[in-house]
Design a protein around this ligand. Sequence first.
Ligand code: SF4
Ligand code: MG
Length: 317
Amino acid sequence: SEQVLSVHNLKKYFKAGSGKVVKSVDGISFSIKKGETLGLVGESGSGKSTLGRTIVGLYESTDGKVIFEGKDISNLDRKAKREFNRKTQIIFQDPEASLNPRMKVGDIIAEGLDAYGLAKGKERKERIIKLLEKVGLNAEHAERFPHEFSGGQRQRIGIARALAVEPSFIVADEPISALDVSIQAQVINLLEDLQKDEGLTYLFIAHDLSMVKHISDRIGVMYLGKMMELGESDVLFQEPLHPYTKALLSAIPVTEPKLRGSKERILLGGDPPSPLNPPSGCPFRTRCPAAMDVCAKVEPEWKEVKKDHHVACHLYQ
Ligand code: SF4
Ligand code: MG
């Protein structure tokens, strides 16, 4: 099916103190098909949130391209940029922090409707009610304030707010990480139902593989601003190629044997290096059990080693 979005050698660098630069997103390329969910995992500091925010335009990219529905978003005129902003929405990790505590839930959900002038008066009210129902809440919730809701309900409000402007592409930035385990599956199910009903495409960000397994068609694994591996979800779980992906998979608790398979636990040495001072060559080499001499000298290329399965590692070049 058709591509909705692609990124080409995308970079987002931030200036840090003393003239240093943090390469939060450093040369990433991939595409997402219509109706697909691409899961994106990595430890904190891997750049996954920055990548999501740069794609939807919350951050201006340092270099590279984002193509959305066939158009380079850096060349859009004002009207087209506004349309891009409407069609690409983000759901945040912390519904607590992303909902204005002094606004009624109905007005929060209608923020986008108001900003884009999509509905007024009676129609606005009806749209709010429909959106509340769509996410498993009801009409009377519109008059209440965010603090009157549970964490899971607040995330539903955040989802309704994103849906209000009828987006086609949603970045879900760790939407379940802050929720109780018992609520996580409900929110995932809701996102899956909405995807079917509305024909949505998702970039679904999480910090661990078990969270993205079920919702993702494909999964990308990031480390220190770079993509290490990207492939179909089942393939990645059954035949991971990159040593980092293997380590992440082996760290899934044995209480989830189906996810973990029979893989031996691989313990990674040390913490991730500071993004201010990344290793030469392969960014993962300081923790990689398979590191070779070449890994310190040459950065591995991003290569498609099997159909739809990319990896950046000297073991496969
Ligand atoms: Fe390990 Fe070398 Fe592959 Fe990096 S390139 S993951 S250090 S084997
Ligand atoms: Mg994050």
